[in-house]
Structures are given as structure tokens and as C-alpha cells.
Design a protein around this ligand. Sequence first.
Ligand code: SF4
Length: 289
Amino acid sequence: MTNSKLSSIALRTDNHDRDSAGFTYVYPVVSRRAGGVSIGINLNPNNACNWRCLYCQVPDLKRGGPPPIDLVQLESELVTMLDDIVHGDFMLQRVPEGVRRLNDVAFSGNGEPTMSAEFPKAVALVGEVLTRFGLLGAVKLVLISNGSQFYKAQVQQAVAGMRALGGEVWFKIDRAPQDGFSVTNQVQLNRAAVTRHLAAACAACPTWVQTCMFGLDGALPSEAEITAYLDYLACLPAQGIRIEGVLLYGLARPSMQTEAPRLTAAPAAWMEALAAQIRALGLTVKLSV
Ligand code: SF4
């Protein structure tokens, strides 16, 4: 296959448009943080998620789950994309110099990937295709998840399968989980359930906690909120939960939700100070502001 199958839009690091390759399930992005190209797998082409995070960058986000996934089409799109990246001139034509490397394949859709009934089959399929291209072990396989479906045996098994493929999970915990309504994620949470799900993720596959911090209505997260968040992280080892570390994000890109005008990016110094507090717990932090 050639790059004629792909559009000729040059990718910039701020271009995370999931339609930029003209595919349904597979899209390329340049990740500044990773310093390379990430191939995203979108199992939520209908822009539906079971959460509605205030900072979510999915346009026209609605509540719900994904439609059935056409795995034949997914395979075809992934093979086309990889063929152009590995054998074609995709990097030269579409990726800025300095970041012309394939870093990872990520289940990172316009909704929660593990809501898809085909998620386990999609993991196996991606592993198979990466093997075919000789990329297994050379690129990371990432699941970006809100963690809500980790009570399901099939999700746990699929994620355990990712471990064998050199995978990792990025598990969303934006604030210390409390029983009741989470303003940040616009969903009812149960603290014990979130912890159980995180434990299941860590048991299945190396897992990073992924946290987004921002100001709301002019106020940054309060000291009490930050203390609760740090205490939550600090208590994980005593519960036998070992995370790889924390991926700490600011508002790098604008929210596509109606609350967007109420959100502000936290100052870089504030984010740095929080990262230092997390590191003081003995955890690795990757900060992206
Ligand atoms: S879990 Fe992810 S896709 Fe779902 S609303 Fe939150 S940020 Fe958006």
C-alpha cells in the first residue's frame, strides 16, 4: 500500500484530529510528550463515553457506549497505516523532523475503549498485526482508560494479554475518588470500586495513574483536594497496589465541552510543585503542561 491511501495533511503536534487519515478506527497523531508518532485506535467512532469529563477533547461527546466494531475494517486500516509508516513515506510527508519515529499504538478513542464488546478481540488483533510488521516489543501498546470497566473479567483478561505484548495502562484518576458525584468526570464514583478497578489494572498490566489538573471558575484545586489526592496515592502500596507512576497533565488542549469557558490551565509552577509533591511519595512523575 502507498500513502495515497492516506490524506496528505501534515501532522502537527497540536493536531489530534482523529479524522486526519480518513479512517474510522485508526488515526495518527504526533505526541510531543512521547517525542514520536502514536497510532490511535478509536473503538468509539460515535463519540460516546460513559463519562463526561469537563476537559474532554472529544467534540459532540454524548453519553453511551460504542457501536459494534468491524474488526476486518480495523485490521485493514491498521495494516494500511503501518505499511505507510514502515515502508512508505508517511514520516517524511506528514511528520515534522525530530519526531519521525513510531512510538506507540494506543487504544485512545472518542470514548472509553473498554466499553467496546470487541475490545478483547481488538487487543489480540493489534498484537497480531504488530507481530506481522516486526514491531512487537519495539513500539508500546497503550490503553488509555477511565478504569470503570475493570470489574469485567473479559477486560481484565484482555489487559493481561496486553502485558504479554509489552503493554501498559493509563488509568484516569483526576482527584481522590470520593463516594458520590465527581464534578471533574461528571459521573457517580464509588471510592472502593475505583480502588478495586485500579488494583485489577495493576495486577493485569503495568499501570500509570493519569491525572488532569486545571482551574474551574477561576479557582485551582484547593489544598484539601490536593492533600486528599496525595493521600490516596500514598495509601496505594499498603493495599498491595503498585502503580508505575503518575502522568500529570495540564490543559494542553482546549476542552470541547460546554464548560470549556469555565476551565483555565494551572500555572506551570503550580503543576511543577504538585509533581514534586507526588515525587516526594516515591513515585515517578511525567509532567505534561
Ligand atoms: S473518559 Fe476520556 S473520552 Fe470519556 S469523557 Fe473522560 S476524557 Fe472524554
